[in-house]
Write a protein that binds this ligand. Structure first.
Ligand code: AMP
Length: 301
């Protein structure tokens, strides 16, 4: 595993890197530690970096890239490494990419610890107090003035790396202001291999609804963007389906239908009229016969 821990000074990169070393059995490569060792040993690099570091400025890119190139080539880094404090500029990030590509290697993730400036100042004040209490030598750049410069350098030169690695799909971030254990757990989660999503069961096909009518239980399509386009397409195909249906059953034009209907009803009305007429004439004949018979009977009496 090859990781970068990104974050301002005092964000807790060193502490989390140590935990990752224990968990994954990979090495921590801290350019700050390497430079401090070089300053102590008074190597040419150390002599060049000493004053720059004390002022809280960044050591030139070529110096730190050279240190990292040498360190990555060592056998203990073959299994993987955590870069702590490197890269700190986009130029360093590009140099690292080339360096890894030459070896056929790639980064797995870049984890950023996000911490507010006022919390960083308090953390560093505490760190200095603790070191003094233990009787340890305090870092030359752990004072208010240098710290302010280190923070300025971080915001101006290192913060753009979040965007740089986001574009590469490698950037992950977590709240560095949570407790140490919480941050460790969060990093653990960020590094978990992405679990492949379960294949969704095939969706039941919705019952075919009449054109223009939506099946029960289905929400109306969104009226924005893709939804609108989809509904237009649906309307078109419904129209097409309707016209196809018309052709298939050879629907008679409306006029012909009403003509046929009125002819039929006229015929029926005529038949009804005839029936009423014949019934009436039968009734008339019967009543005439009845009145004739009555007259004859009266005469006889
Ligand atoms: P750190 O221990 O990471 O806070 O680093 C301490 C100091 O070392 C920084 O303030 C810089 O002066 C120098 N330094 C460490 N890493 C780098 C780097 N990647 N590029 C430039 N300067 C660095």
């Amino acid at each position: 595993m090859r990781l970068i821990l990104l974050g301002p000074p005092g964000a807790g990169k060193g502490t989390q890197a140590q935990r990752l070393v224990e968990k994954h059995g990979i090495v921590q490569l801290s350019t700050g530690d390497m430079l401090r060792a070089a300053v102590k040993a008074e190597t040419p690099v150390g002599l060049r970096a000493k004053d720059i570091m004390a002022r809280g400025e960044l050591v030139p890119d070529d110096v730190v890239v050279g240190i990292i190139e040498e360190r990555i080539a060592q056998p203990d880094a073959r299994k993987g490494f955590i870069l702590d404090g490197f890269p700190r500029t986009v130029a360093q990030a590009e140099a690292l990419e080339k360096l890894l590509a030459k070896k056929g290697l790639k980064l797995d993730a870049v984890i950023e610890l996000e911490v507010d400036d006022d919390i960083l100042l308090k953390r560093i004040e505490n760190r200095v107090a603790e070191m003094k209490a233990r009787g340890e030598a305090v870092r030359a750049d752990d004072n208010a003035e240098s710290l302010k410069k280190r923070l300025d350098a971080y915001h101006a030169q290192t913060a753009p790396l979040s965007h740089y690695y986001r574009k590469k799909g490698l950037h992950k971030a977590t709240d560095g202001m949570a407790s140490i254990d919480e941050v460790t757990a969060a990093i653990g989660n960020l590094l978990k291999p992405a679990v492949p999503r379960k294949k969704a069961p095939p969706r039941k096909r919705a019952a075919r609804a009449a054109p223009g009518r939506r099946p029960a239980g289905r929400k109306p399509a969104s009226r924005s963007g893709a939804g609108r386009a989809a509904s237009k397409t649906a309307q078109k195909s419904a129209k097409k389906a309707r016209s196809g249906l018309k052709k298939a059953v050879k629907v008679r034009p409306k006029k012909a239908v009403s003509k046929a209907r009125s002819a039929k009803s006229a015929k029926a009305a005529g038949a009804r009229h005839k029936a009423v007429k014949s019934r009436n004439s039968t009734r008339n004949r019967a009543s005439k016969a009845r009145s004739g018979r009555d007259r004859r009977l009266t005469k006889r009496r």
